[in-house]
Design a protein around this ligand. Sequence first.
Ligand SMILES: Cc1cc2nc3c(=O)[nH]c(=O)nc-3n(C[C@H](O)[C@H](O)[C@H](O)COP(=O)(O)OP(=O)(O)OC[C@H]3O[C@@H](n4cnc5c(N)ncnc54)[C@H](O)[C@@H]3O)c2cc1C
Length: 532
Amino acid sequence: MLANELGRRNIRVLLIDEKASTAFNPQANATQARTMEHFRRLGFADEVRALGLPADYPTDIAYFTRYTGYELARFPLPSSGAAKSRIRSLTGSWSAAELPHRVSQKWVEKVLYKHALACHSNTLRFNHRLLSFAQQPGGVTALIEDIEHGTTFTVQADFLVGADGARSLVRQSLGFQYLGESGAVRDFMGGRMHAMYLRVPDFYSASGHAPAWMNVTFNRDRRAFMAAVDGSSEFAFHTQLRADEDETGLTDADASAMFHAAMGAPVAVEILSRGTWRAGFTLVVERMQSGRIFLGGDAAHLFTPAGGLGYNTAIEDAVNLGWKLAAVVRGGAPHSLLTTYELERRPAAVRNTNYARQFADSLGANIAPPELEDDTPAGEEARARAGDYFNEHARKEFNIPGITFGCRYDASPIILADGAPPPDRANVYIPTSCPGGRAPHLWLGEDYSLYDDFGFEWTLLRLGPRPPAVTGVKAAFAEAGLKLKVVDVKDETARDIYQTDLALIRPDQVVAFRGPEIRDPRTLAARVSGYG
Ligand SMILES: Cc1cc2nc3c(=O)[nH]c(=O)nc-3n(C[C@H](O)[C@H](O)[C@H](O)COP(=O)(O)OP(=O)(O)OC[C@H]3O[C@@H](n4cnc5c(N)ncnc54)[C@H](O)[C@@H]3O)c2cc1C
């Protein structure tokens, strides 16, 4: 994503990954609406939305005792085919250009890779490993191994970004610690989890339930969550390991038996890959910057995947850092602009990891009663209780416009704060032009979003039928090295939503300033680009 942000701006990038290709395993399965809006900004939201489940496949979240057992609860959500028309009719918390999309990260990575590769200033190298690096006053030197050829070489760069995952060499070399909680133990989503990428051709015929994107089991011995990957036979299955289960000795037969226990039937299963990971992290690195070196993504924050926020938070890191690095590399902006990356993104990571922890707590605190699967009145009552719990839980974990749109940078020195933003709530988003948050969205036409009118860099919105003149603003921004697009939105509704005549929007679609006039364009340009 960062290579896309920088490549679009013609900044020379060398991206290396020690793997041989983009991900084989499904990994993350939820692309949040804000991430989809960023993909729309880059021009490939439709391409991503066409991937994954079939267009008519419901993206429901469903809870079962076992997949062939009782269905306890279901949160119905639209298919990807319906998402595009559905979003145009939604308002309030869901006034957005895009709905979320349920697609495995393995396919999103391919799209990101393809578009990053198309940027002429990018060089992308798989099978290349960062071995070490050193920072000098004018740049960073990196020692890189070409794994295929068994050779090493050094690279001199202006900046280094460690987006190198949970075991980040960059973070460890800088000596930065993750802070927070790492050992949460829960009945579910806390402790060791066994992940299996499975092919189960008979799943749908055997389960007897309507298809769902996310399939969760709730019972006393085999709790699991499982995302549908292709809507026909592939699944990403994750089960909580019990205290007596030792992952080191697990055979494929043991793993299949785990799946059969969750399924409640011995259906044919092919294991495409499997491995153990740990749930229960709420961790954010103490610093995200050391001079010319930055950390982003899992290298900077680790989530319990409840809520599906890890990769989405990583995407927003890249978006935030991308335009700032480009502004500095091009020479228009001071290095102090870069310090706002950590100032803005670290609190965002703390916020998001804490939301994920709340969802994991809610899942883990609910323990199946012994009678849950009994065909008795007591069993029926227990299932009804469990159903009520999960129906409520699902709406909290999977209807999260507040989390996805409501991230704010109020304390940032490049935001001209004014007014009081709405409270931060997971499930409610109140559009506001209060500087520091996402620009309010509105539709200007059939599938034509206000965001589609924004410039790729800075945008000044002149709102309503009689907006004030903005003489000299474009020139002042150009002097500061900032490209500004002035957009007139004569629509009264836009003026009503924004509650202001002028709104200055950053390249990441965050409102930097609003007001009835711009008295001193030079000071404004200097402030928002980090000159203080
Ligand atoms: C079961 C599960 C489900 C999840 N579901 C969701 C979800 O629904 N939504 C969501 O938002 N998130 C989810 N996540 C989290 C998501 O997968 C991660 O947050 C995301 O992959 C982080 O991306 P990243 O680029 O920071 O790190 P990674 O994806 O880990 O990528 C780091 C890359 O760095 C490379 N690398 C490491 N060291 C070096 C080196 N020295 N030299 C060169 N390359 C190196 C690695 O090969 C790797 O490709 C889930 C995670 C799990 C475990």
